[in-house]
Structure formats: structure tokens, C-alpha cells
Design a protein around this ligand. Structure first.
Ligand code: ADP
Length: 332
């Protein structure tokens, strides 16, 4: 193998730049030529490539987002789009690909490999931490810290004004980020898609707390939590507002809703994310050099390992509901 390419795809995550840097420098260290692809699979189809040198990745590790840019690309969902991408790679004599992204990006890279034989290794970059094959994904730690910092600030006004705050966090299908942020911030209640806890139970908890004179509360809600509410997020307001109204009605408490939104995806990556990204980016290149493909690098039990993307895509990361229970115990 003489020449490889690196791209970032799907939702951006803090630490992606550190992963790019690690992949580029490991490749150069091992005598490979390495090109950057702009805008993920869209750039692959267009052949938007540029040669990278060690200096190309200077001064990026501390920045959130991805300096290679990311995009969602519908054309790549079709075999014709993937054929165009493979033709571009062949035209530029690129023999291997490093794909940094979430599960959608893994699916895309896997299809490209199966249909067109393009060797690739993927690096998990998503704040959701929803991929099996790794205990942590790049970006998760930073996002969790961002949420905690936001909650710290909200707590100041929650206690001063004796208010209940409903805080919506990211996580359409996975409540992992919300659950862990809840544990780390001492949230009074946490609502996630994986748990059946409903609004009645939350109101009971708040009413109990009220009896002890505690009128300030933090309720975390993952955006994918529906409970008994029938909402279509695209057409109506977020579930967090419905929860806020319900809590206000049932408890009589002064209630406010905050949607943290995209600020959870930004910011300078934490040391944990930078170190994880450095290890995974380097390992991805080593695997390509070993002639491996269709693998995702990850960290399991503090050891860097790789697993089959097919297994990852067919699997599901089970959330540890003991941690959910622990938060309930600790927030009484
Ligand atoms: P993420 O990687 O963060 O999960 P997306 O789900 O948006 O983000 O996926 C990123 C891109 O990967 C999509 O825009 C598309 O180009 C490609 N992709 C996603 N799913 C598939 C699929 N099933 N087949 C081929 N390409 C896919």
C-alpha cells in the first residue's frame, strides 16, 4: 500500500481533528502518501482530494468539528454514487480509506467495500456513544462535559429561583449520553428512550422532593424520549416542552425548558477525547498497512482493539441500566 485517503462523515464530533492528525502522521511516518477528502462521501464522489503533509494537520488537535468538513450525501446511498466514488479513488491510485464517523458512515464505507472492493478502516466519531465494539466513541467525553457545564450554570438559577428545569440533550435513539451526563451532574430525574420511566414517576419524585422543601430540580430528557407522548418531532414541538407543561400542571412548580441542541457537538475536545482519537487514528492506519479492511477500531477495557464492521452494524450497544438505577439512588 502506497497511498491512502482520510475523510470525516456524518455528524461532526469533537476529537475528529485529533483522529485525522493521528492518521495522517502515522501514515507519513510509515512512508505512505496520504490525501484528505473534503466533505466526506460527497467529496469522494467529486474527487475533492488534496495531498496532506505533516504540516497540514498542525494546530488542529485542540479544535472541535472537523477541518476536512463533513456532509450528509444522498448520492452515496445509491450504488451508482458509490461506483463514482470508487472510480475517483482508482483514478488517484488510492488503495485504502480511513473513515471517521458514526454508524451511517460505517454503513456507507461497508457498502463501498462490498461492491467496489475499496479497503477501509473506520474510526468511531460520534457524541452519542451508540456503537458496539468500543466502550467510548470520539466526542462523547467532550459532549458529556459540555452538558455538565451547562447544567452547572442552570443549577445556579434553578436554586436561586426555586425552579424546575427540563433540559433536553442530544440522543435520538440512544440515551447513553443523557444517562451518563445525568449521573455526572446529579440530575434529579433522567428520561431516556431505553427506559420505561414515565412522566408520572418523575412527577412523584418531584412531589416527594417538594415535601422536603426542595423546589429546584433538574430533569434531563434525551431528545428521542417519547414516553406516553405522541409527537412527531418534525411537525410539533419537542417532547421536552410537553414534559415541562405536564410537570408544571401536576406539581404546580415553576418550570422552564432548555434545549441544549448543537452546542453539545462543539467545543475544544477534552484530553480523554484527544488521547482516544490519537490512539484510534494511529491504529486505523496500522491495520490498513497490515492488509486489514472492513474493521472498526475501538477501546474495550482500556485496550485498543478492532472488530468486524458487519458485527457492529448487526449489533446493538446495550445501555447499562444499573447506572440509571445508581443515579436514581443517588438523587433521592
Ligand atoms: P453518521 O455517520 O454520523 O451516523 P449519517 O447517518 O448521516 O451520519 O451517515 C453519513 C453518510 O453516510 C450519509 O449521508 C450517507 O452518505 C452515508 N450512508 C449512511 N447510511 C448509508 C447506507 N445504508 N448505505 C450507504 N451509505 C450510507
Amino acid at each position: 500500500m502506497k497511498k491512502i485517503a482520510v475523510l470525516t462523515s456524518g455528524g461532526d464530533a469533537p476529537g475528529m481533528n485529533a483522529a485525522i492528525r493521528a492518521a495522517v502522521r502515522t501514515a507519513i511516518y510509515n512512508g505512505l502518501e496520504v490525501v484528505g477528502v473534503r466533505r466526506g462521501f460527497a467529496g469522494l464522489i467529486e474527487g475533492d482530494f488534496f495531498l496532506m503533509e505533516t504540516g497540514s494537520v498542525s494546530d488542529i488537535m485542540q479544535k472541535g468539528g472537523t477541518f476536512l468538513l463533513s456532509a450528509r450525501c444522498d448520492e452515496f446511498l445509491e450504488p451508482e454514487g458509490r461506483k463514482k466514488a470508487a472510480d475517483q479513488l482508482k483514478k488517484h491510485s488510492i488503495e485504502g480509506l480511513i473513515v471517521i464517523g458514526g454508524d451511517g458512515s460505517l454503513r456507507g464505507a461497508e457498502s463501498l467495500y462490498r461492491e467496489q472492493g475499496i479497503a477501509y478502516i473506520s474510526v468511531p466519531g460520534t457524541i452519542d456513544n451508540d456503537l458496539p465494539g468500543t466502550d467510548y466513541t470520539i466526542g462523547f467525553d467532550t459532549a458529556m462535559n459540555t452538558i455538565i457545564e451547562a447544567i452547572n450554570k442552570v443549577r445556579d438559577t434553578a436554586t436561586s429561583h426555586e425552579r424546575t428545569f427540563i433540559i433536553e440533550t442530544m440522543g435520538r435513539t440512544s440515551g447513553y449520553l443523557t444517562m451518563m451526563a445525568g449521573l455526572a451532574s446529579g440530575a434529579d430525574a433522567v428520561l431516556i428512550p431505553e427506559n420505561k420511566a414515565d412522566i408520572e414517576e418523575v412527577c412523584q419524585i418531584l412531589i416527594e422532593r417538594q415535601k422536603h422543601g426542595r423546589l429546584h430540580n433538574i430533569v434531563l430528557v434525551a431528545e428521542g424520549y417519547k414516553g406516553n407522548f405522541r409527537t412527531n418531532r418534525d411537525l410539533t414541538e419537542s417532547t421536552a416542552f410537553l414534559i415541562g407543561k405536564e410537570i408544571a400542571r401536576k406539581t404546580g412548580q415553576d418550570t422552564r425548558v432548555i434545549i441544549l441542541g448543537h452546542l453539545q457537538r462543539g467545543g475544544s475536545p477534552t484530553a480523554m477525547d484527544r488521547i482516544l482519537a490519537s490512539k484510534l487514528g494511529a491504529k486505523a492506519v496500522e491495520l490498513l498497512l497490515d492488509g486489514k479492511s472492513s474493521r472498526m477500531v475501538g477501546i474495550v477495557g482500556n485496550k485498543i482493539q478492532d472488530s468486524s464492521v458487519e458485527d457492529i452494524l448487526n449489533g446493538k450497544k446495550e445501555i447499562d441500566l444499573d447506572l440509571y438505577k445508581l443515579n436514581e439512588v443517588l438523587s433521592i
